[in-house]
Design a protein around this ligand. Structure first.
Ligand code: CA
Length: 232
């Protein structure tokens, strides 16, 4: 399954050029020149990555990035006309994963996009990501989790929780963020619901559910995935 890129750029010349390079690299591209439409498309198309121009006519790109980050961990590559170091840092603080200053080479953009997709485990081809020296292996295409060499059956909600957390090992997810992820499966999205799903998930994947190592609690905030991703 090809990865989907949401391309947000109001200059149609750049948008069309970048679009054709990404498509030639085998990626599916959804594009828009509007920040407001970008947020709708992000919710509807669930892209694997967003290429986001900071200078948009309706909503500032930074606001779009912050809004995306509020509800998801979708990787963001920022495009900007500003070249200063301070801007670079500000871009990364928005939660962006990478940053390109205009004018940029479309070929370099494709390489950066592919690198981010590989890191986030959404790249084409090998859909398997391994964690903790092979202790946990997640195959998103086969929708399969192997823990300590045994296949573990997860409910759709547990699967969503685990893949959301493990997409960014070490990153803390608030319960609210996790509710948004599992909302597709149920409607009683309360914080206690997240806790009970985590409890069930732990029973299935932890060696000792009373001393969890994979899905760890961050007191007062939420949860995070405790293993690091193995090199490919
Ligand atoms: Ca622009």
């Amino acid at each position: 399954m090809a990865s989907t890129v949401l391309l947000v750029e109001d200059e149609s010349k750049i948008r069309n050029l970048v679009r054709s390079y990404l498509e030639r690299a085998g990626l599916l591209v959804v594009s828009t020149g509007s920040g407001a439409e970008a947020l709708t498309l992000h919710a509807e198309a669930s892209p694997d990555l967003i290429v986001l121009d900071l200078g948009l006519p309706d909503i500032a790109g930074g606001t779009v990035a912050a809004e995306v980050r509020r509800t998801s961990a979708t990787p963001i590559l920022i495009l900007t006309a500003k070249a200063g170091e301070a801007d670079r840092i500000a871009g990364l603080e928005l939660g962006a994963d990478d940053y390109l200053t205009k004018p940029f080479s479309p070929r370099e953009l494709v390489l950066r996009v592919q690198a981010i997709l590989r890191r986030s485990g959404a790249a084409d081809g090998d859909t398997t990501t391994s964690f903790g020296e092979g202790r946990v292996v997640i195959d998103v295409d086969r929708r399969e989790v192997v823990v300590d060499d045994a296949v573990v059956e997860l409910t759709p909600t547990e699967w969503t929780l685990l893949t959301a957390l493990s997409a960014s090992p070490g990153r803390v997810f608030s319960r609210f963020e996790l509710i948004n992820r599992i909302r597709g499966h149920e409607f009683d999205g309360y914080e206690r619901t997240v806790d009970s799903h985590v409890k069930n998930l732990r029973r299935k994947i932890e060696r000792d559910a009373t001393n969890p190592q994979l899905v760890t609690t961050v007191v007062g905030v939420g949860y995070r995935f405790g293993l690091s991703r193995d090199p490919r």
